[in-house]
Design a binder for this molecule. Structure first.
Ligand SMILES: Cc1cc2nc3c(=O)[nH]c(=O)nc-3n(C[C@H](O)[C@H](O)[C@H](O)COP(=O)(O)OP(=O)(O)OC[C@H]3O[C@@H](n4cnc5c(N)ncnc54)[C@H](O)[C@@H]3O)c2cc1C
Length: 392
């Protein structure tokens, strides 16, 4: 098995070296121009076509009978190691939602376009004042009186929609029945992002990039073919623990190892007022030792999680524990890096690129403690699911 995996890794690595599109920075996904967009879509298509991505899908839709979850982990590790553009999580989540809840027509129409790199997806869930408490969403999808009775007219506002400015399709959550309990009246829709009535405004972030958007929906007409799953069954679509590429989480260990190496490189390049490198000083060494201990802790947590994923024996709290441990440690490392930079008077030329990465990661890192469920929400889940604490 190990030899097979090593052989698989070698193939992935060679493929990345030949076809990979360089990544601009952590969390930077929106193409800078039309040429980069073409290259990214072509790269995603190549990953699907080579059977490295989407290999866990049903064979009928392009998956591979010999796919192992370990392959997903190897792929993500090699993408990180190669510093190349990574698969878009919104696209992967949409794929699995369509596979699980889509009609045969939706599968036939949408899945091949994902594999061809033709369709980038965004997620239209969060609204102003509606994030953690998603079930309180207010965007309305009202039965369309002007149509034949089974269409909808959607009005509302979404926010923080990653990739919406270049997405072809969106997975939308809207309230279809305000008279029932708030979880029961929500429907999931799959919608083309160029429908009349949709306006998209990118939001500039503190990193300087604009990765997510506000999306305004003003009288957008949808037909029954846009409903994903059942009308009023949208909550099931978002909470069904969609069988995404779960083993990807294992690659967080490699990510933190690389960040730790960057921390040491930064301390070596940072000059203190007396001309010595920060790394030569005992207090910096002690801080780095503590950081390394934290990284090793996260690696153990992630390793346990991945071991359970691989034998399909996950505990409900595994995801929250791994996410919390990784994202909070990530932020802690960026803060240590800023401490080194701000206590130094100069950075050696050799460390300039590393320092630039840290500036970006410092501004970007906190976003990961919010997206996909904020740290406080993760702590609440861990309290209830792992420790058996009562709901506050
Ligand atoms: C990088 C990034 C990408 C994103 N991409 C998308 C996307 O593509 N599509 C999309 O729909 N959304 C996206 N989001 C939005 C994201 O899902 C929300 O930001 C997140 O769910 C938190 O919601 P909120 O921002 O409304 O904060 P709130 O829910 O208002 O939370 C504010 C603060 O209160 C805390 N809090 C809230 N409820 C509780 C509670 N019950 N107990 C304890 N503390 C609590 C939170 O932890 C947080 O610290 C993205 C966010 C980020 C940062």
């Amino acid at each position: 098995m190990r030899t097979d995996l090593e052989e698989y890794r070698a193939r992935v690595r060679a493929f990345i070296a030949e076809h990979g599109v360089p990544m601009q920075g952590e969390g930077v996904r929106v193409p800078a121009d039309a040429d980069e967009e073409r290259a990214i879509r072509e790269w995603l298509r190549a990953l699907y076509e080579a059977g490295f991505l989407g290999a866990g899908w049903p064979v009928q839709w392009g998956g591979r009978a010999d796919h192992l979850p370990q392959h997903d982990l190897v792929l993500m590790e090699e993408l990180i190691r190669g510093d190349v553009y990574r698969p878009l999580d919104q696209v992967m989540l949409a794929s699995h939602a369509i596979i699980e809840f889509g009609s045969d027509e939706q599968k036939a129409q949408l899945l091949p376009r994902i594999r061809a790199g033709e369709h980038v997806w965004c997620q239209l869930f969060s609204e102003p004042d509606v994030g953690s408490d998603l079930a309180s969403l207010r965007t309305r999808a009202e039965p369309d009186a002007a149509g034949d009775g089974d269409g909808f007219t959607v009005t509302g506002q979404k926010i923080w929609s990653t990739d919406a400015q270049w997405a072809d399709m969106g997975m939308l959550l809207a309230r279809t029945d305000p008279s029932v309990n708030r979880h029961a009246g929500i429907t999931a829709f799959v919608i083309p992002m160029d429908l009349p009535g949709i306006e998209i405004r990118p939001i500039r972030e503190m990193t300087g990039y604009a990765e997510f958007c506000e999306v305004f929906l003003d009288g957008v007409r949808l037909g029954p073919e846009h409903v994903l799953g059942e009308v009023n069954g949208g909550w099931k679509v978002v909470t069904s623990g969609l069988a995404s590429e779960r083993a990807f989480v294992g690659a967080n260990s490699l990510q933190l190892e690389r960040m730790f190496d960057d921390l040491v490189a930064l301390a070596r390049a940072a000059r203190l007022p007396d001309g010595t490198a920060a790394l030569e000083h005992e207090d910096t060494q002690a801080t780095l030792a503590e950081a390394l201990a934290r990284v090793e802790e996260v690696k153990l947590i992630v390793r346990d999680t991945v071991e359970r994923i691989l034998v399909d024996d996950e505990h409900p709290s595994d995801g929250p524990v791994a996410k919390l441990a990784y994202t909070e440690t990530n932020v802690a490392l960026t803060e240590i890096a800023m401490g080194i930079i701000t206590s130094s008077v100069a950075i050696d030329e050799a460390g300039a690129a590393v320092a630039d990465r840290w500036y970006h990661n410092f501004l970007w890192g906190r976003a990961l403690t919010i997206s996909g469920g904020a740290s406080e929400i993760m702590r609440g889940l861990i309290g209830r699911q792992l420790l058996g604490l009562p709901r506050a």
